[in-house]
Design a binder for this molecule. Structure first.
Ligand SMILES: Cc1ncc(COP(=O)(O)O)c(C=O)c1O
Length: 381
């Protein structure tokens, strides 16, 4: 009983994600200088700041004087306010009818793209004798949320009749800013500029016009308008490899564990569920206490790599809920307790979230957001 308890505590404390707030600050300064100082900066901290922890990241952003924070949902905005965040918070996905009172309670700024929501917000604000700042979301070709760009001026003209709303911003989102060919992004910019011009003709000229994500902040100065909205690059990850030469970033999160068990097995020995890996030679197999319940994707089975003693060790067999096995036969001196880097650097070697994404056909965003709740975040800097 005692032995199994001490083993349990080894498991639960050994897999951790270290979040380097110094690297976050470095990336912020790198990105901040890409747009003129007059352009406002919204730090995208949705999805728990891409897995890094929304409150510590937002506190750092406040300290660095970011102008806005961007969350996906009302719930994420409430979490930031409860965590003591004072800066304006834009709810990028908008809000639902039943959430309008909380928009007021927590002083959030919703993105608006449906008339019934505009009306509900205005009615709620009117009851309290207040005005709610809103940003109008326009779809210029992303094909997701937002008022179709050709209908946007008429929509805004209707929304402005709600006296308890203040149209503070107009926004859109680019679908291809990270691609080499910028022609569709430029078409989206044209549509967005045309919408702004049409609104000006109606005497509607909100202070914040924004469409630039990280890639557009770097690649498309014409997309800066009066506010930029980067996310992924704050966290040190590149939306496309071509951006690496344009701005230097530092990886903010590293994900580490330890070797919990190590054993010599003969050739022909199966590893993990389904026996999808069978040793070809006498092998040394390390068990690492991380699994898909921690966000270590099961598709990394027989594909991923980790760093041990500054060398790469391949994942062998299926990733389990709580365990992943790696072949350390080629790593001399590997021992129980050795540090295992799942993502990050060790003795000059590095595994980036982009590389991990590449192994399993996804993007760094998903790798970072997936790092699970039971992985303890440790903040430095
Ligand atoms: C509306 C909106 N704005 C900005 C961003 C930030 O994009 P990125 O992380 O590519 O910089 C996102 C991210 O998906 C988004 O959905």
């Amino acid at each position: 009983m005692e032995a199994s308890l001490s083993f349990m505590s080894l498991c639960s404390h050994t897999t951790k994600a270290e979040v380097d707030l110094g690297a976050l600050a470095y990336n912020y300064h790198q990105l901040r200088q890409l747009a003129p100082p007059s352009v406002k900066f919204l730090a995208v901290v949705k999805a728990d700041a891409y897995g890094h922890g929304a409150i510590p990241v937002s506190k750092k952003m406040e300290e660095l004087s970011a102008d806005f924070l961007g969350v996906a949902s009302l719930k994420e905005g409430v979490e930031l306010r409860n965590g003591g965040i004072k800066k304006p918070i834009l709810v990028l996905s908008g809000v639902y009818q039943e959430e309008v009172e909380e928009v007021l309670d927590y002083q959030l700024t919703p993105m608006v793209y449906r008339l019934e929501i505009a009306e509900a917000l205005s009615v709620a604000a009117n009851k309290r004798g207040k005005k709610i700042p809103i940003h109008i979301k326009v779809d210029t070709g992303m094909g997701r949320i937002g008022v179709f760009f050709e209908e946007a001026p008429a929509f805004v003209n209707r929304v402005r009749r709600f006296e308890n709303l203040e149209i503070e911003g107009i926004a859109s989102h680019l679908s291809t800013a990270d691609e080499g060919n910028s022609s569709f992004a430029e078409e989206q910019l044209k549509r967005f500029s045309r919408t702004i011009e049409e609104m000006k003709k109606l005497d509607i000229d909100p202070p914040f016009c924004h469409i630039a994500n990280s890639a557009a902040l770097v690649n498309l100065p014409a997309a800066h308008f009066t506010l930029v909205r980067p996310g992924i690059m704050l966290y040190g990850s590149y939306p496309s490899p071509s951006l690496k030469d344009k701005v230097s970033l530092r990886q903010v999160m590293s994900w580490e564990s330890r070797i919990a068990d190590l054993k010599k097995v003969p050739a022909g020995y199966p590893i993990s569920y389904g026996r999808t890996f069978v040793t070809q030679r006498p092998s040394l197999i390390a068990a690492i206490p991380v699994g898909y319940a921690d966000g270590y994707n099961r598709l990394l089975s027989n594909r991923g790599e980790v760093l041990i003693k500054g060398k790469r060790a391949p994942v062998v067999g299926r990733v389990c809920m709580d365990w992943t096995m790696v072949d350390v036969t080629a790593i001399s001196g590997a021992e129980v307790g050795d540090e295992v880097v799942l993502m990050g650097s060790q003795l000059g070697q590095e595994i980036t979230p982009e590389e991990m994404g590449g192994w399993i056909g996804t993007i760094s965003y998903e790798i970072l957001c997936a790092v699970g709740k039971r992985v303890q975040r440790i903040y430095k800097g």
